[in-house]
Design a protein around this ligand. Structure first.
Ligand code: NAD
Ligand code: ZN
Ligand code: ZN
Length: 369
């Protein structure tokens, strides 16, 4: 049995609540993980609220987990009982055509099953009163225990505290990776990051690690801009209708070498495109827009040399890349702890959602005793 926050079917959508659900033993290629910490993220709230068109219920939410392997199913070789792991909503099978390419991290192995909330064999290990319960994002980490595919677990050093490690399961790796993997920011370059939440601050860190010369962070909140400075932004700017003008002006009339969008607002995405330098400016979009929204770009911006790239999980191939980022955290290159603003228990998950809606702190992390 596992304690889990599940939600009602859509037609009777209610806030997530704590339920005891059944969790079956891991099958071949699967792993039983005991969660130690889990971040509360917008994506969980989006689905819990019923706004997510691809959402399903009942499900156990949660996707920013870190924990310890309890038991492995047949054929599992890359992790063993006692290993410390970070959960990956973006798996890495190492065999599909995308895993074998260094141009993308979008593993193809279990996309369909994951989208439907099942494990790779098409079934669920979670159930409630004999009825199957879906595995949200293939992770379902708002729970004391979860069963996950082996290919969706990154083995990390046991020296890493698991509360900080959980942050690398989503937003932090997304932001850092957007700068390091997707944009491949060059030393000495000028970067502009729109948004100073977990993803934007991660992008600021990634730009700093790449040796950027100038890192301008744009947000609406002065408080968040202070955090951006602490993580390496060299300049900050309160966003507004004239943001593009101000950036172009402060870059000799050209725009920035690299821009990053981490707000999810399509108007800001447009600003990020228009703030990129003519000739070679690259705009990396990490924010997730609302259903049906489109990004408006005047084609002239592209003809004159700007490029636009999208980035999912920062282009990080999770099993290989997350352990490296965790090591950089332990080496002092990344200050992960500072993102944990609230520590809560599993039964406080709805308070975690409320804190997030009020923009109170960057991340609430659930700790399991
Ligand atoms: N691509 C991926 O794999 C991936 C992974 C995780 C999250 N995301 C997405 O990234 C986005 C950011 O996530 P987050 O957790 O950092 O969110 P967040 O809400 O914590 O941060 C967003 C920030 O944008 C700022 N903002 C809002 N409007 C703005 C404006 N007009 N100008 C400047 N700043 C503005 C807000 O003040 C806030 O600080 C979301 O859309 C999220 O869904 C994408
Ligand atoms: Zn997340
Ligand atoms: Zn793959």
């Amino acid at each position: 049995m596992a304690d889990a926050a599940g939600d009602e079917p859509h037609e009777h959508l209610a806030p997530p609540r704590l339920r005891k659900v059944e969790l079956a033993e891991p099958k071949a290629g699967e792993v039983l993980v005991r969660l130690v910490a889990c971040g509360v993220c917008h994506t969980d709230l989006y689905t819990a609220s019923g706004a997510d068109p691809s959402g399903y219920a009942p499900t156990v939410l949660g996707h920013e987990g870190a924990g310890v392997v309890e038991k492995v199913g047949d054929g599992v070789t890359s992790v063993a009982a006692g290993d410390h792991v970070v959960t990956l909503f973006s798996p890495q099978c190492r065999e599909c055509v995308h895993c074998q390419s260094d141009r993308t991290n979008l593993c193809l192995a279990i996309r369909e099953q994951q989208n439907q909330g099942s494990l790779p064999d098409g079934t669920a290990r979670l159930s409630l009163d004999g009825e199957p319960v879906r595995h949200f994002m293939g992770t379902s980490t708002f729970a004391e225990y979860t069963v996950m595919p082996e290919i969706a677990l990154a083995k990390i050093t046991p020296e890493a505290p698991l509360d900080g490690a959980a942050l690398f399961a989503c937003g932090l790796s997304t932001g850092i990776g957007a700068a390091m993997n997707t944009a491949k920011v060059e030393e000495g370059s000028t970067c502009v990051v729109f948004g100073a939440g977990m993803v934007g601050l991660g992008a600021v860190i990634g730009c700093r690690l790449q040796g950027a010369g100038r890192i301008v962070c744009v947000d609406l909140s002065e408080e968040r801009l202070k955090l951006a400075t602490a993580h390496g932004a060299t300049e900050t700017m309160v966003g507004g209708a004239d943001t593009v003008e101000r950036i172009v002006e402060s870059t000799g009339g050209f725009g920035a070498d690299y821009t990053f969008e981490a707000t999810g607002n399509v108007k800001v995405m447009r600003q990020a495109v228009e703030s990129a330098r003519m000739g070679w400016g690259l705009c990396t979009v990490a924010g997730v827009a609302g259903k049906g929204e489109t990004l408006d770009i005047v084609p002239r911006f592209l003809i004159t040399g700007r490029r636009v790239a999208g980035s999912s999980f920062g282009g990080v191939k999770g099993r290989d890349g997350v352990p490296v980022l965790v090591d950089r955290w332990l080496a002092g290159d990344i200050d992960a702890e500072s993102f944990i603003s609230h520590r809560i228990t599993l039964d406080q998950v709805n308070e975690g959602f409320e804190l997030m809606e009020r923009q109170d702190g960057i991340r609430s992390v659930i700790e399991f005793s």
